[in-house]
Write a protein that binds this ligand. Structure first.
Ligand code: ZN
Length: 139
């Protein structure tokens, strides 16, 4: 569920709360060769709806990556947690995130949070030195 229904929140007068859902992000979000998602991205956040119908969400996107170490090509898996902080205004031309017709579409904010948290490398261990050549390498 990638939407927040502002009309429903106003009707229920539940101006703060928690939401969570899963999002199957496209593999094209991953910038590292030979790496894929282990499953859907978990999206979890708290929201606060203000009197002017702007809404703030604060939470995380978390997901697993699996594939080959970027340096030595050993199989590797990693968990990534990124921040999801977004503010939505009830108008379309808002520079950050806008919404219309009482429904906030979270897709862009969630995708931005995933992209911002995506690592450029995935390593089997922090100090991985890559493939060793046993002194045979001639460079
Ligand atoms: Zn490695």
């Amino acid at each position: 569920m990638m939407h927040i229904d502002i009309r429903k929140i106003n009707a229920q007068k539940k101006y703060t709360g928690n939401m969570e859902f899963e999002y199957s992000a496209p593999e094209t979000f991953i910038q590292i060769p030979s790496v894929s998602f282990t499953g859907p991205v978990k999206v979890a956040f708290e929201y606060e709806l203000f009197e002017d119908d702007s809404i703030e969400i604060r939470g995380t996107v978390s997901y697993g990556l699996q594939g080959s170490c970027s340096r030595c090509l050993k199989p590797v898996a990693a968990n990534v947690v990124g921040e999801l902080d977004a503010y939505f205004e009830p108008r379309k031309d808002y520079e950050d995130y806008g919404y219309t017709n009482g429904v906030v579409d979270l897709k862009q904010a969630v995708e931005d949070a995933i992209m911002a948290s995506m690592p450029y490398v995935i390593l089997c261990k922090e100090e991985c030195e890559g493939i060793s050549y046993n002194g045979q390498a001639d460079f």
